[in-house]
Design a protein around this ligand. Sequence first.
Ligand SMILES: [Zn+2]
Length: 430
Amino acid sequence: MTMSKILIRGAKVLGGEPADVLIDGETIVETGTGIEAGDATVIEAAGQILLPGLVDLHTHLREPGREDSETVLTGTKAAAVGGFTAVHAMANTFPVADTAGVVEQVWRLGKESGYCDVQPVGAVTVGLEGKQLAELGAMHDSAAGVKVFSDDGKCVDDAVIMRRALEYVKAFDGVVAQHAQEPRLTEGAQMNEGIVSAELGLGGWPAVAEESIIARDVLLAAHVGSRVHICHLSTAGSVEIVRWAKSKGWNVTAEVTPHHLLLTDELVRTYNPVYKVNPPLRTEADVMALREALADGTIDCVATDHAPHPHEDKDCEWAAAAMGMVGLETALSVVQQTMVDTGLLDWAGVADRMSMRPAAIGRLEGHGRPVSAGEPANLTLVDPAYRGAVDPAGFASRSRNTPYEGRELPGRVTHTFLRGRATVVDGKLA
Ligand SMILES: [Zn+2]
């Protein structure tokens, strides 16, 4: 469906009153009630929610190097199915995205895909080795226009390197996104350190390994007057540190993944490696603290940490399995279940936490905009009444490592529009 004019009729815009939205070409040209369809293609959307296209700050697309698990094409298809119109592609590829050449390659592949905009993230250090700053300026000045830098998968654990990175990105209003994991405290760690790890005899991953790095980095960001973003918060203590840093007026932002809003370390008792993830699933008390923090804005946004792995890296014993879960195609449903259906967040709040805020943190233009005339038509239409069991066989992603197989989740993305072009129609790729 590549009609130039589309009329979305009767959807609740950001969950508010039903309205019509007319798209012409790449742009929203009119919103209101009783808009004449004329020669536009009409999408009847009564009962559905219209949101700005979702933006992910944290996606692993795996290309170049691990095309057996995902490619930019399959990953952007999965993103579109999940309602995303822009994703940030993490730098831990092979080769690592630590040069202008590699980020431009990923950026070009994104342009060719056409399903979802791809904004490459640049590595902070050469080869993610944490020893020497990568060419941050060259990546920023490249066609890819990198503004978010991260060694995600690894922590920038050297305080001097972290300080230099924060100072460097300040010059162009960039941000360092930290994967907060103190390496010495997590050697051999297999799951959250607590009652369950003690009972199962698995190596524990203490909350302090995350919290000590976050505490250090918010202090560093304040000291040099730069922006720091904390990836995938997973503990109640991390929430407290971010809340404190924000109360000081420091430039600190944070994300939480859908799985950390729903799942706990009790699931590890199954020894099913599909629940093995970095940072690990924590406790019920952590889950509740994360939900509350997302609701009150202490945590700025939801980010998927979509981490595809081929089955041979997950279908093995717990200790040998790779860490990570796919998440793009189920993110909005998990957020509906944990935040909307619980009354913690309304749909306008979802739009803020899954589109406006992540676009603002990434300084991404053309996304996370209001649904109003003159804005780019990056839109997501959701049927919140839908109920269905997750079937990974139907995923657009190349990988199947979802923790939600067979689980009934609410809501379904029916349509996604990228600059006025439908990438998803009736829940299926266009
Ligand atoms: Zn990470």
